[in-house]
Design a protein around this ligand. Structure first.
Ligand code: MEV
Length: 449
């Protein structure tokens, strides 16, 4: 069948590209040329990228920006941000500068535990099973001791191991729930290796002890896997200042600003349509730093959204209050991050991002990332309740269109001036651009369709 291929992963990179180009492109040479134009000129660096995933054929660039002026717990940081969306870095920088002169971000790590489960089916006596797991705690830990040795030397390891009966939800369904301290690593491989060993120990214990106790010795291990929901790996970031210091030149008085700001947060607490967009804006800031520092943004997002639903309703991850004339704005969320292992020691730009941050440990990185999310949300809400969000977006939107049109520097200047007090609509920009070049709009659009 056309489009299918056998043994693709065994082909060389060149052969993979050739197959792809011939299968899927009208102009295979052009496709190959484009893919190769994104290869790194240093073959060693390219090889590094090739080996991160499977079937690599090229690199996909994201802009790598920086947001300076973050004052976090009294220390200045410049945040690395990898993100494709315009205005995010600008909003982070603006919010950081605003809060720098108002005491900065105060952050605390509340806890750092991660959780994993052995999910299994046992159709037998739950009380016997519970007793057996409890009385064999040291056996479980001992059987994992080779895997945990390094982590224990660094101050981490297995913290707790308990049996959870979920047979109310599914016949015979139990879990061994294990809590881990993984220090400065995200710890996914470590956790999963421990869980697989714990499952082996469990199977062995049931088959040796159940017959002696006259209990059922059949057990089905369904799976062993960490949970990306980490409600015990939590960080909090807060900003605050006297209400009158919220004056920012937007023309809205501080008291009106605070009132509208509180309403905006309240709406994100009671209305899930708004909560989703509100939290999306928070993750604009969080993901950008998480990606730049080589961490797993899918895991961070998944945990964040589950945490946002912890009260049975999807809600804002940020909150605010006014007490005795002072405005407080904070975020609390789970962030399972690592500063050792994974990409952190492999990707040259990730290493640079860590150095830019002063090589933080995992807890410090949690605080930096939380501050980035809070800054982003402050910037978005401030724009939304004052000037509206489009004002800031328009300039970047215009730049993107002008890039597509391959405008010269002089054309850009003229266009920016012209649109400074107008709505940036794509067709209007193209129309004005054509007028500037003295070409027909209709034929330009027809040619570029
Ligand atoms: C856009 O990426 C993010 C915002 O929509 C967030 C928000 O509305 O709070 C601006």
């Amino acid at each position: 069948m056309s489009g299918t291929v056998k043994g693709f992963s065994k082909l060389s990179k060149e052969a993979k590209i050739e197959w792809l180009a011939n299968q899927h492109f009208k102009n295979p040479e052009k496709a190959i040329e484009l893919l190769k134009s994104y290869w790194h000129e240093d073959a060693k660096v390219q090889k590094l990228h090739d080996d991160f995933i499977e079937n690599t054929i090229s690199n996909y660039y994201l802009p790598f920006g920086i947001a300076p002026n973050f004052l976090i717990n009294g220390k200045m940081y410049t945040l690395p941000m990898a993100i494709e969306e315009s205005s995010v870095v600008a909003a982070a920088s603006k919010a950081a500068s605003f809060w720098k002169s108002r005491g900065g971000f105060k952050t605390t790590v509340i806890s750092t535990l991660k959780i994993g489960h052995v999910h299994f089916i046992y159709n037998g006596n739950a009380d016997w099973l519970r007793g057996m797991v409890e009385s064999n705690q040291s056996k479980f830990l001992e059987d994992c001791s080779d895997i945990t040795a390094n982590m224990r030397n660094r101050g981490g390891g297995i913290i707790e191991l308990v049996l959870i009966d979920r047979s109310d939800a599914e016949p015979g369904y139990f879990q061994i729930q294990v809590k881990f301290e993984t220090c400065d690593s995200m710890g996914a491989n470590f956790i999963n290796s421990c869980l697989e060993q714990i499952a082996k120990t469990l199977r062995g214990l049931i088959s040796s002890e159940a017959p002696l106790a006259g209990e059922n010795q059949d057990v089905q291990i369904v799976m062993c896997i960490l949970s990306n929901y980490t409600p015990e790996c939590i960080v909090r970031a807060e900003v605050s200042c006297p209400i009158e210091e919220l004056e920012d030149g937007s023309g809205v008085s501080p008291s009106e600003f605070v009132e509208k700001f509180q309403r905006a947060v309240r709406i994100a607490q009671i209305e899930r349509y708004r909560a989703t967009t509100h939290n999306k804006g928070i993750f604009n800031g969080i993901d950008a730093v998480v990606i730049a520092t080589g961490n797993d943004f899918r895991a961070v997002e998944a945990a964040g959204h589950t945490y946002a639903s912890r009260n049975g309703r999807y809600q804002s991850l940020t909150d605010c209050a006014v007490k005795e004339g002072r405005f407080y704005f904070w975020i609390e969320l789970p962030l399972a991050l690592g500063t050792v292992g994974g990409l952190t020691s492999l990707h040259p730009l990730v290493k640079l991002a860590h150095e830019m941050l002063g090589n933080p440990n995992a807890e410090e990185l949690m605080m930096i990332v939380a501050a980035s999310g809070l800054a982003q949300n402050f910037g978005a809400l401030r724009a939304l309740v004052t000037t509206g969000i489009q004002k800031g977006h328009m300039k970047m939107h215009l730049f993107n269109i002008l890039n597509q049109l391959e405008a010269t520097d002089q054309e850009r200047e003229t266009m920016v001036r012209f649109f400074s007090d107008k709505v940036v609509a794509h067709n209007e920009v193209v129309r004005k651009f054509c007028e500037l070049r003295g070409i027909s709009y209709e034929s330009f659009v027809g040619r570029n369709r």
